[in-house]
Design a protein around this ligand. Structure first.
Ligand code: NAP
Length: 304
């Protein structure tokens, strides 16, 4: 089966979309188009084809933007993943061959993940929608579960890492196992997967550089920085009950707290080695080790 040629990225101005754009630009095989909202403030590279779209992503505008594209790579922001139903429908209407969903997290097909918060539920339901469309032969799809991005996590005080305050928060005993992949390996894995279109068609691919628990993450941070952190502990059951109630009232920060709980406790589909086959080796990704990834993340924040 032929390789993809015309590729459109949604959310290329965002954190992960930008890494995907960089990875694709290394390969002259692709003709790239970037779809950006009219309100977006970020400047994208001017030599690329940039299409603008109303912020509500109307289906007519999506369909016309997708005409002639072989592949849509969606890197839309976390709290907007629900917008993807229209994007999938528009991709089908425009005759796009493959749609890559904005997943890049844990295994959202795990019922426990879907029951935990709105974003995991939406991502899982979008994946089910794609699975049905794929089975009917209307479109090919692909998505990637990569676990936690440690560098992103450290920059966003995620999963207990408050390095600017030298503070670390454990969920319960901190022993739950979770998978991690670097942001760079996630983007490289996506690009490699596109090179083997038959093997990766209609699949959610699992990536993991390593699986660790919070104790190991904490030890690595303290050891590498050579300083002592203040420690706190969260009771995850109590947190889940409180945040689920707040999420029902429309509190987006409660959803984010439930997302980190899902990742870090290992009980909601975040330990990917238990969820499916890890594809790192098959996709030729370089091995990464915890200390090296933690050191890179600390350096990127200027605290090492
Ligand atoms: N595994 C992990 O640790 C991890 C961590 C973070 C995120 N993720 C996942 O990775 C994917 C991409 O996340 P990201 O953090 O890279 O996204 P992001 O930077 O927050 O946003 C990506 C793009 O989404 C577009 N967008 C559409 N509607 C928007 C809205 N209402 N508000 C803001 N931006 C909007 C924007 O593109 P334009 O401005 O160009 O229109 C934006 O640049 C998501 O699925 C997310 O859940 C995973």
């Amino acid at each position: 089966m032929a390789q993809f040629k015309n590729v459109l990225i949604i959310g290329a101005s965002g954190f992960f979309g930008n890494l995907v754009l960089e990875a694709l630009q290394k390969d002259s095989d692709y003709t790239l188009t970037l779809l950006q909202r009219t309100s977006s403030k970020t400047r994208l590279p001017e030599h690329l084809n940039i299409l603008t779209i109303a912020d509500s992503y109307p289906i007519e505008e999506l369909t016309s933007a997708f005409e002639g594209q072989d592949l849509i790579i969606n890197c839309i922001t976390t709290l907007s993943v629900k917008d993807q139903y229209r994007m999938v429908d528009a991709a089908i209407a425009a005759g796009v061959r493959r749609y890559v969903a904005s997943e890049y997290g844990l295994n959202n097909m795990n019922p426990k993940a879907q029951a935990l918060n709105n974003v995991f539920a939406d991502k899982g339901k979008v994946q089910s929608y794609l699975r049905a469309k794929g089975d009917e032969g209307q479109i090919e799809w692909m998505s990637i579960s990569c676990g936690i991005w440690i560098k992103w996590g450290m920059a966003h005080d995620f999963v207990g890492m408050h390095v600017r305050e030298r503070r670390f928060v454990f969920w319960d005993d901190g022993e739950g196992l979770f998978s991690c992949t670097t942001e760079e390996n996630t983007a490289a894995g996506l690009v490699s997967a596109l090179k083997v279109p038959e093997e990766t068609k209609n699949k959610n691919l699992f990536l993991s550089d390593f699986a660790i628990n919070q104790r190991q993450l904490f030890d690595a941070i303290e050891r590498i920085q050579g300083i002592k952190y203040q420690i706190e502990t969260i009771d995850s059951e109590k947190l889940i009950a409180e945040k689920k109630e707040a999420e029902k009232q429309g509190d987006g920060s409660a959803t984010m707290a439930l997302i980190e709980t899902g990742f870090v406790t290992g009980k909601f589909g975040g330990h990917l080695e238990k969820e499916g086959v890890i594809m790192n080796q098959k996709l030729g990704l370089p091995e990464r080790i915890l200390d090296e990834v933690v050191a890179d993340a600390l350096k990127s924040l200027g605290v090492l």
